[in-house]
Every structure is written in structure tokens, then in C-alpha cells.
Design a protein around this ligand. Structure first.
Ligand code: FES
Length: 107
């Protein structure tokens, strides 16, 4: 199964990609060359450059933020209450339709 995930850039361009269940949203983004998702640490939850803002109605539907992610998000560029690290979001059917805003910059 796949989930469709939409990335909206700061200039409002949007792209929807399909990501297979079990992969992280970050992996799906980099595999599809989504601009602005750098993922410098390769998904080890240690760089924060895979940061996105989750569309508000989607935020509460995601699995909760673990301590490690919360700690690292403080170092992301302009974190907001809806911030997540996309390498910590594993795709499932429940994420089909997810909408994410790419920050203006990463760090
Ligand atoms: S890819 Fe480095 S924290 Fe997500």
C-alpha cells in the first residue's frame, strides 16, 4: 500500500508523491527530489534538516512526538507547534492525504 503525501513549498508550489508503507516520509521526499528536505543525517534523528510543518488538521492524527524528536526540533529552523521531523514519520495507510509545508530553510 502507498500513501499520497503533498509537500507545499514556501512559494506555494505543491507536489504530491506516493510513498510506500514502511518508508519514512523523509525517504519518500528525498527519493522524489522534494526541494528543501535535506535530511543530512540520513534519518538518524540527529540533524533536523528534514523538518516540515504539518498541516493543522493533520497534526493530531500523527503518532506522538517522541522525546528525541522533540529535543532535536528545538534546533530546527523556526520550529512551530506543528513541526515534525519527517524522518520520524513512518508511512501507513493512515497517512494517506498528509499535507506538509516545507520550511523556508533548514538551519
Ligand atoms: S534526517 Fe536528520 S533528523 Fe531527520
Amino acid at each position: 500500500m502507498m500513501a499520497k503525501v503533498t509537500f507545499i513549498q514556501p512559494d506555494h508550489r505543491r507536489r504530491t508523491v506516493e510513498i510506500e508503507n514502511g518508508y519514512t516520509v523523509m525517504q519518500g521526499a528525498t527519493a522524489n527530489n522534494i526541494a528543501g528536505i535535506k535530511a543530512e543525517c540520513g534519518g538518524a534523528c540527529s540533524c533536523s534538516t528534514c523538518h516540515c510543518y504539518v498541516e493543522t488538521t493533520w497534526f493530531d492524527r500523527l503518532p506522538p512526538v517522541e522525546d528525541e524528536e522533540a529535543g532535536l526540533l528545538e534546533f530546527a529552523w523556526e520550529p512551530k507547534p506543528t513541526s515534525r521531523l519527517t524522518c520520524q514519520l513512518v508511512v501507513t495507510d493512515e497517512l494517506d492525504g498528509l499535507i506538509l509545508y516545507v520550511p523556508e530553510q533548514q538551519l
